[in-house]
Design a protein around this ligand. Structure first.
Ligand code: NAG
Ligand code: NAG
Ligand code: NAG
Ligand code: NAG
Length: 446
């Protein structure tokens, strides 16, 4: 048994004293121990003094070398400023951890819960690993008080079912927050309130059903945000408050609807991608409120019906790629309007080729490739749009429908709210008027 441990055992059961010891520095606790012990030995027997002193010195040296005073005895290893209690069968966090610890690992234990305020004592912590436990919930603000500039906080492979409001709130400048492979079904509003500058936030491998509005609110700056596949619902304002994101890949979503204002206030994203997803309906205004996206990539998705898929000039999207998607356009006819200020590429997509398709070819925008195909009606399915038109001569829509704005087109007039885009028709743009809106009728938007 080490000298430091002797002190710790003596303190056991004395809550207050324990607390004061835990904030005491390493050197102080060693001094406090040695003086009385040596004194009592002196009284008992002079002969033993050199042996005891030597023993104590040796033990102290060992402890100083390992630099881990005090070290929990429950299967933990303390080396320098690291405390590792991996695979120790722990069901709760041990007491008496050296408060100046920089790396704490409790990987592969059976810890169920995190006591409120437990981590606040570690003011110098840089890395915290709680992977492979059975933690099913965490208290609000449980990380608050940890220093800014931490490298990693990892709770992978636990049993977290949802992220409650404020659970991960109040930390700054974190390298990676890893929450993969939990049982997360939802992220509640304000789960990350007040947590800024996170390099990577990893949420993959969770059976996420939905992301609530304001879920990431306050998490202003994330370099890489990884969301799990299979998300079933994104609430309006799901990404509100995420002011800056470097890379945000949305893959494998399974949305019944892409609702209005889902991406509202996503202001400064370097790369936003929507890949391999199945989207039921695309509601009017789904992309409203997106600002300053440098690259927007829409790859290999299926859109069943769409009321409107519109990226307006106010979105300030610089480069837009729409590739390999299937726009089924079943049921409700809709409007597709893509715009990018720097470059636009629309290729390898399929569209329904009824009479409305003529609007695409009337003035095909720069970036609209020949490799866009028809998926309906059946006679032209699989042909390129150009070929389908040439070979079978898809009829044009009746002129009267073209000139008379319908009641639903005035609905779009109201919802579009984009009074600026027409004067800039020289910008790269693509307009597919599934509402029988010709170029002339588009003037309605003015
Ligand atoms: C997508 O969601 C529907 C229910 O809306 C479900 O029936 C289907 O299995 C899901 N598909 C995938 C690939 O998760
Ligand atoms: C967007 O983020 C970049 C850093 O990636 C920054 O330089 C720029 O000022 C930000 N723009 C706005 C409008 O916040
Ligand atoms: C889209 O699908 C094509 C063909 O299946 C594939 O080659 C390509 O890599 C996919 N793109 C993305 C971004 O997944
Ligand atoms: C349409 O067909 C005519 C002759 O049948 C041909 O000259 C023309 O190049 C074709 N146009 C396209 C776009 O394939």
């Amino acid at each position: 048994m080490s000298a430091a441990r002797g002190e710790k055992d003596a303190d056991e059961g004395e809550e207050e004293k324990e607390e004061s010891n835990s904030v005491r520095s390493e050197d102080e606790s060693v001094d406090a121990l040695v003086v009385p012990t040596t004194a009592s030995i002196t009284r008992r027997s002079r002969i033993w003094i050199p042996v005891w002193t030597l023993c104590l010195l040796a033990l102290m040296l060992l402890d100083l070398v390992s630099g881990s005073v005090p070290c929990p005895k429950e299967g933990c290893l303390c080396v320098a400023k690291q405390v590792t209690c991996s695979g120790a069968g722990l069901t709760e966090f041990p007491k008496n951890i050296f408060v100046d610890v920089e790396s704490l690992s409790f990987v592969r234990n059976k810890i169920k819960r995190i006591p409120q305020n437990y981590f606040k004592q570690f003011k110098k912590l840089k890395r915290l690993y709680l992977d492979k436990n059975v933690i099913s919930e965490v208290p609000a603000h449980f990380l608050e008080g940890l220093p800014s500039g931490m490298d990693a906080i990892s709770l992978q492979d636990n049993k977290l079912r949802f992220l409650a409001p404020f659970s991960f709130g109040g930390i700054r400048d974190v390298g990676d927050i890893s929450l993969q492979k939990n049982e997360l079904r939802a992220i509640k509003e304000f789960a990350f309130a007040g947590t800024t500058h996170v390099n990577m936030l990893m949420l993959g491998g969770n059976p996420m059903q939905r992301i609530d509005g304001w879920a990431f609110s306050g998490l202003t700056d994330v370099n890489f945000l990884e969301l799990p596949r299979g998300i079933g619902a994104l609430a309006p304002d799901a990404f509100h408050g995420l002011h800056r994101v470097g890379f945000m890949p949305l893959a494998g979503l399974n949305l019944t609807e892409l609702r209005a204002n889902v991406f509202r206030e996503l202001r400064n994203v370097s790369v936003l991608s929507l890949v391999d997803s199945s989207v039921g309906n695309v509601a009017v205004g789904s992309l409203d409120g997106v600002r300053g996206v440098q690259n927007l990539d829409v790859f290999n998705n299926t859109f069943l019906t769409f009321e409107e898929l519109r990226i307006g000039v106010e979105s300030e999207v610089q480069a837009l790629k729409v590739e390999g998607n299937s726009f089924k356009g079943i049921g409700v006819p809709g409007l597709i309007h893509f715009r990018a200020s720097r470059s636009l590429s629309v290729s390898g997509n399929t569209f329904p080729c009824d009479c409305r398709i003529h609007r695409i070819l009337k003035e095909p925008p720069e970036g609209f490739a020949d490799t866009n195909y028809c998926n309906a009606p059946v006679e032209v399915a699989g042909m390129t749009i150009k070929l389908a038109l040439n070979v079978t001569g898809v009829e044009r829509c009746p002129e009267d429908l073209v000139s008379e704005p319908t009641s639903s087109s005035s609905q779009y007039k109201a919802s579009a709210g984009d009074r600026n885009f027409l004067p800039r028709l020289t910008l790269t743009y693509f307009l597919l008027g599934f509402l029988f809106i010709t170029q002339e009728n588009v003037l309605i938007f003015e």
